[in-house]
Design a protein around this ligand. Structure first.
Ligand code: ADP
Length: 404
């Protein structure tokens, strides 16, 4: 069965085509085709890159076209030219979409109909960088592929098991009733990593207390017990919790009141400050990319050093908080861009957990471990580096839903 997966972000649209055989494998197979549209600063210009399992590659820049045209072009590379992998778009059985916010009503993967589209649109104000992009992808597929079944998989879904004490903010109860609560995000990745951790260790997921650290441009932690999310650091929006690339994470809400009252910040300015001008970028003044912050720190840049120190401090504090929710720990998982690639961050986070008897093997940690346990044999906690496979997790869910 051929499944096309779309993963829409604010400035990019990643897509891949899997050919899935049954029984559905646990491990991600190589996609037949991977395509990406990157929108540059002036949002009309699209850089399109495509690669196939057979090694064919294509790179194009399309200017002054609508996103519909750019998307149709990307799909045409599936059936034309050197990157052709299928004869006709009708060979695609189903299209799966990563949708960041599913609100209170959508927890499981669902076949998209008008009601689902309306719900995704309704939640755009809670995930303004992501839900509109997912909706645009759904509509682009309708235009190009007609009535093909489309499935939404929600990043909030995995956290629907949060107990009330973890999900509900201590605010007036009427606001809670209006849906203001912790939803949590990166759920597709946290769930995939928990399953994969149990598989790598050859243990029953139900028996493990796991903390998953998804550290990419956006960062979040999840506490997972009996295979369910019981606590997480992101909240009502993906702005809460850890320090991120350009997002502040949790700060005293009194700061917002102060900025509004003393400096007349508009809501747009607050949004910009907290989502785009904070985090590693805001403190270092160098970049939101940890690699560049590390390079500047290593050259003696004091603000880059401070950005690193705050990032590590907050990561450790977040892990401590998840640890208390779990009342113990069997497995610590690092994933996403930073988690998979930065030995220094893993080392710094683990150092603080030495009192638990958690120990990592410095050599294993250094050598680009992927889907590997980097803890020493006498460590009381297993420490895994797992390559997150959100697209594959979406494809698996689509396949299961179609089979049902
Ligand atoms: P997204 O959240 O957009 O999916 P990724 O999971 O791809 O992002 O993570 C991107 C981030 O990973 C980059 O901004 C960069 O900070 C970080 N990163 C990638 N490679 C390294 C590395 N070798 N060392 C430190 N950080 C890295």
């Amino acid at each position: 069965m051929k499944i096309l997966v779309l993963n829409a972000g604010s400035s990019s649209q990643k897509s891949c085509l899997y050919d899935i055989t049954t029984p559905i494998p646990n491990l991600a197979p190589q996609p037949l085709w991977e395509g990406k549209i990157n929108w540059t600063q002036d949002q009309n210009q699209a850089e399109i890159t495509v690669k196939t399992a057979t090694g064919a590659k294509l790179q194009e820049t399309l200017a002054d076209d609508s996103r519909q045209v750019q998307f149709a072009y990307l799909l045409s590379t599936l059936i034309n030219g050197t990157t052709k992998v299928i004869d006709n778009l009708s060979a695609i059985a189903v299209v799966g979409h990563r949708v960041v916010h599913g609100g209170e009503d959508y927890q499981e993967a669902v076949i998209i109909n008008e009601d689902v589209k309306q719900a995704i649109a309704h939640l755009c104000n809670l995930a303004p960088a992501h839900n509109p992009a997912a909706l645009a992808g759904i509509e682009a597929i309708e235009n190009s592929l007609g009535n093909i079944p489309q499935i939404a998989v929600f990043d909030t879904g995995f956290h629907s098991t949060l107990p009330d004490a973890a999900a509900i903010y201590p605010i007036p109860y009427q606001l809670v009733e209006q849906g203001i609560r912790r939803y949590g995000f990166h759920g597709i990745s946290h769930q995939y990593c928990a399953n994969r951790a149990a598989e790598i260790l050859g243990q029953d997921l139900q028996s493990l207390r796991i903390i998953t650290c998804h550290l990419g441009n956006g960062c979040s932690l999840a506490a997972i017990k009996n295979g369910c999310s019981i606590d997480t650091t992101m909240g009502f929006t993906p702005l809460d919790g850890l320090m991120m690339g350009s997002r502040s994470g949790s700060i005293d809400p009194g700061i917002l009141i102060y900025l509004l009252q003393q400096y007349n910040y508009s809501s747009q300015e607050l949004d910009n400050v907290l989502n785009k001008a904070s985090g590693l970028k805001g403190i270092s003044g160098v970049s939101s990319d940890l690699r560049e912050v590390i390079a500047a720190k290593d050259q003696g840049n004091q603000r880059a050093q401070l950005a690193w120190d705050i990032y590590v401090h907050r990561l450790r504090a977040g892990i401590g908080s998840m640890l208390a929710s779990l009342a113990g720990l069997d497995v610590l998982v690092f994933t996403a861009g930073v988690g998979e690639n930065s030995p220094g961050i893993r080392q710094a986070a683990c150092e603080a957990l030495g009192f638990l008897g958690l120990k990592i093997d410095a050599d294993k940690n250094q050598h680009q471990p992927i889907d590997v346990d980097i803890a020493t044999s006498d460590s009381t906690v297993r420490v895994l580096v797992i390559e997150t496979q959100e697209d594959w997790a979406i494809a698996q869910k689509c396949c299961q839903l179609v089979q049902q």
